[in-house]
Ligand binder design. Sequence first.
Ligand SMILES: Cc1cc2nc3c(=O)[nH]c(=O)nc-3n(C[C@H](O)[C@H](O)[C@H](O)COP(=O)(O)OP(=O)(O)OC[C@H]3O[C@@H](n4cnc5c(N)ncnc54)[C@H](O)[C@@H]3O)c2cc1C
Length: 503
Amino acid sequence: MSVAAKKSTRASEHFDVLIVGAGISGIGAAYHLKHQTPGTTFVALETQDSFGGTWITHKYPGIRSDSDLHTFGYRFKPWVGPPIAAASEILRYMEEVIEENGLNPHIRYGHTITKAEWSSADNLWTITASRKSDGATLTFTCGFLWMCQGYYRHAQGYTPDWPGMSDFKGRIVHPQTWPEDLDYTGKRMIVIGSGATAATLIPAVAAKTSHVTMLQRSPTYFIPGRNAIEIAEQLRALDVDEAWIHEITRRQILKTQDDFTRRSREEPEAVKAELLAAVKLFLGEDYDIDTHFTPKYRPWRQRIAFIPDGDLFQGIASGKASVVTDEIERFTAKGILLKSGKELEADIIVTATGFDLSPQGDIGFTVDGRTVEMKDTVTYRGMMFTGLPNMVWVFGYFRASWTLRVDIVADFVCRLLKHMKKRGAARVEVAIPEHLKNMELMSWIDPEDFNPGYIMRGMHLLPKRGALRDWQHTQDYWGEKDEMPKIDLDGEEFVYGGVKVDA
Ligand SMILES: Cc1cc2nc3c(=O)[nH]c(=O)nc-3n(C[C@H](O)[C@H](O)[C@H](O)COP(=O)(O)OP(=O)(O)OC[C@H]3O[C@@H](n4cnc5c(N)ncnc54)[C@H](O)[C@@H]3O)c2cc1C
């Protein structure tokens, strides 16, 4: 038994590792701990009543992935369905991972973590959580905190405060908190926004509504295409083992995405022309693509949603859906008055206006009694943070599937835990080496490179990034997949301490 465990008498329970959240990151973390560090005790605490995170929070019609499930799925469990999947299919896949790997006993639902207090005397985190079933406040101790809380507040989405909202006589709905009783049959709906959510929702509701209007301030890029991956279909026809199909398909998708990312930087105009040509195929030459589907930014500065079978564009071509590109002056009793002077009437207004960034999962951190906020730290490779010992946060990729990073970070954490054991260390922290003390510090990401609204609104809450690659979340899967396994855990940026007697 470790010194840490002996000292945990004041807490209800002690675990070597405590995972925050049971979304795709938390379940991945649990899987890897179980397989890569047998004997490690761990628990995942999850606010909600079930696993899935994003995929149970969002219940709006049509909710589906916007990237393929071969790479949004884990590397260790083949995805056997079509690449773009509904939330229910993703939840089923996650359920199989939990069941096949005996992860259920490691997950506690209905537990909201409110505080995480690090003690350097004990080299332990003390975690305070409230239990939904009886309102009890529980404490846990853990040696290592694995933050898998995602990046946005689940309880509610972001809705701008437009003038006159209370004048509107119809219903205003945010997709993140979609009311179960919302009947939109035969109703006029306006969806504000043109991101992945709007693009998913509109084709799903178009047939039932009398009309749905996508109201956007500015256009977004989309990639319409068949919801199938040719190489996966070919290999399946040859009766190739699903594990092989998964691996080969992942490699092909990642190669294509790598080429696309590079081309978006090197020849943005050519990529733009290709994307717009694909939209034109659905909407025809007479449609005003310039106004409604030609963004001002170069491709890949914001996430590009894949539109399976071009269903959004089919809805527009059929006349059941339409696009208005304008700005909101104010809400009125009947709908929305636009800056152009035009009024759009509606029975239901859906604000697909994004997320409320929450980098700490609404957890208050202290280190030896002193409050530490993410925004005051500098990140080591977008996963560890100066001044926050024994902690990792999984923040995925923007231009590749989030889960690719879940697997990569998990390999790193498991290697780090084993290394600490070997060294007999109870504590590890990242620190900027003395000779880099003057390294320039900047915002978490470069807005020139990537600038979605929720990040721009919440950048002040995010950790800082340094000028050198080691001190950044590079968003570069293709580099990280080779670099992360080679990180020298005895490198100068890792500061170890404490003594673990069971080493
Ligand atoms: C509608 C939608 C579609 C998306 N589609 C894609 C896609 O196709 N491809 C892609 O790569 N990315 C996509 N994303 C991004 C997506 O959020 C991530 O890919 C991924 O699902 C995040 O997983 P996660 O487990 O890290 O976080 P989340 O899914 O956000 O889960 C975090 C969990 O932690 C819990 N939690 C948070 N704080 C606490 C606390 N204090 N105590 C206890 N529990 C806590 C939450 O309740 C939640 O269940 C999409 C996002 C949205 C909203």
